[in-house]
Design a protein around this ligand. Structure first.
Ligand code: ZN
Length: 490
């Protein structure tokens, strides 16, 4: 499928050479899928390793590149490509750069070369360029401390994605029918993941995959090789498509018991720290081993977050600490509005003119259906600070619920003056315009909201109504489908 078999005499010589025992050891200990492969596929992996190690330009950025590093990376490259009839030796990948720790570029260079990431990264893959890896991350992941994650597979997936065209999450499919199926399934799964990530629901696929479609493909590839059984069960169509793409069926490699042994052999603390702007993902408990591992990790993370919060609390004034605690209740999924209200009330006993506490208690009361109390709190907060955005938003929502459209519109307008790009506020103004049957204005507001936040299901549903009212039936249907993918109605 990719490239030609032998590339000259040098490559023939490489393939004829013995595979050293030391390399075999490394392969078996670092590529945990390797021992499960058929003899035929293991031979193919070794071939790819021999060529990959010899032909790539290996660069250490502040660390010495060892044979173990080379074989570890090459072994994963071999794993990914061992399903094809014709071996692929990653001919379009010339350079692999190993960093000892997190990869950071100095800000001046980032400004000059916009292709460089401006955030600390655990791995980077450039289109038709080098692959960069943080070895600290590789080690942590190979030790089983972040089930489902594998930065080597992640970056190599970006490379494969970018082989024929852009790194856009649509790799080169062998036929058009499969390409179309991939578009359909990947888009649906991507939107679901984006919705779950927004709601901070635990998912099997790393939330980082909701960043964009390229990341989705890379994250899906990691999951496919690392947690194949769970993926086949929960994302069957996606799994089958990737199985077709890589021409491999990893779910068949691991008997659940063998998998448990391998993972269970590492009773290390599972500290997860993925590529920096990715939120660590957890998983729901299930009957199977890998689901349990994810659930354990999730629990661990929750404990860690609590510890961080406890530490933070001890260095604050009592009022700040209470405030943080109350916001935590409001932010929880599902929110604990009654607990939050109690704490805000306590704060207001100390200082009745604390308008932030008033606005947030209004929010907490509104969440519990206490319309009168919420209204009173918002009015009081706005008497102190007429442009408190939280109070304006809650009061606008109260007005909308009572179909007092002009009052809602007035509050939202004021709030938008403070935060003109806030998707929630834009969607609210759309609701107010819709209530007044000003459909073109409503349509503009919803479209603006969606432009700032493409996964805003409420804005999409609102826009569907506006589209219908204006006679754009197909657009209305498309918005509803998209909203349903992001946030299914129960
Ligand atoms: Zn990535």
């Amino acid at each position: 499928m990719f490239g030609s078999w032998f590339r000259g005499r040098r490559r023939r010589a490489l393939l004829a050479a013995d595979f050293s025992d030391a390399w075999e050891q490394t392969l078996r200990s670092t590529v945990r899928q390797f021992p499960q492969l058929s003899v035929e596929r293991q031979r193919r992996v070794r071939q790819i390793v021999q060529v990959f190690v010899a032909e790539k330009d290996w660069v250490g950025a502040g660390t010495e590149v060892t044979d173990e590093m080379r074989v570890t990376v090459a072994g994963h490259a071999g794993l990914m490509a061992c399903g094809y009839d014709e071996p692929y030796f990653y001919d379009k990948l010339a350079t692999v750069i190993i960093y000892p720790r997190t990869i950071r570029f100095d800000p001046e260079r980032v400004e000059r070369y916009t292709a460089l990431p401006d955030f600390p990264a655990e791995g980077v893959a450039f289109q038709r360029g080098p692959v960069l890896l943080s070895w600290a991350t590789v080690r942590r992941e190979l030790a089983g401390r972040a089930p489902g994650r594998n930065v080597i597979l992640h970056e190599l997936a970006h490379h494969v994605d970018g082989l024929l065209d852009d790194m856009d999450g649509t790799p080169a499919w062998s036929d058009r029918r499969r390409a179309a199926k991939w578009q359909e399934v990947a888009e649906r799964e991507f939107l679901q993941l984006a919705g779950s990530a927004r709601r901070r629901e635990p998912t099997l696929l790393d939330h980082y995959g909701a960043t964009n479609r390229a990341e989705f493909f890379a994250v899906a590839t990691e999951c496919f090789f690392e947690l194949p059984q769970a993926m086949r069960r929960r994302h069957g169509e996606l799994y089958e498509l990737l199985a077709g793409f890589y021409q491999l069926d990893p779910a068949e490699w691991f008997a659940p018991a063998a998998f448990a042994e391998q993972q269970g052999a590492e009773p290390t603390p599972r500290r997860v720290h993925r590529r920096p702007h990715g939120r660590p993902a957890g998983g729901a408990a299930g009957e199977t081993v890998d689901a349990q591992i994810i659930a354990q990790r999730h629990a661990e993370l929750l404990r860690q977050r609590d510890q961080t919060r406890l530490r933070a609390l001890s260095s604050m004034t009592e009022a700040d600490a209470l405030y943080t605690l109350a916001l935590g209740h409001l932010d929880a999924r599902p929110p604990r509005a009654a607990d939050a209200e109690r704490i805000f009330s306590q704060l207001l006993q100390g200082n009745p003119a604390d308008e932030e506490a008033l606005a947030h208690r209004g929010l907490a009361r509104w969440m519990q259906g206490n319309v009168v109390g919420a209204q009173a709190d918002c009015d009081a907060a706005l008497a102190i600070d007429p442009v408190d955005v939280d109070a304006l938003e809650v009061r606008a929502r109260l007005s909308l619920a009572e179909r007092r459209w002009p009052a809602a519109l007035a509050d939202v307008q004021l709030a938008l003056r403070e935060l003109p790009q806030d998707a929630d506020l834009l969607a609210l103004r759309g609701d107010a315009h819709a209530g007044l049957q000003q459909w073109s204005r409503a349509l503009n507001d919803y479209s603006d909201a969606v432009a700032y936040d493409p996964y805003h299901a409420a804005a999409l549903r609102g826009r569907a109504v506006a589209h219908d009212a204006l006679g754009f039936r197909q657009r209305a249907a498309a918005d509803r489908r998209r909203a349903e993918s992001i946030e299914p109605t129960k």
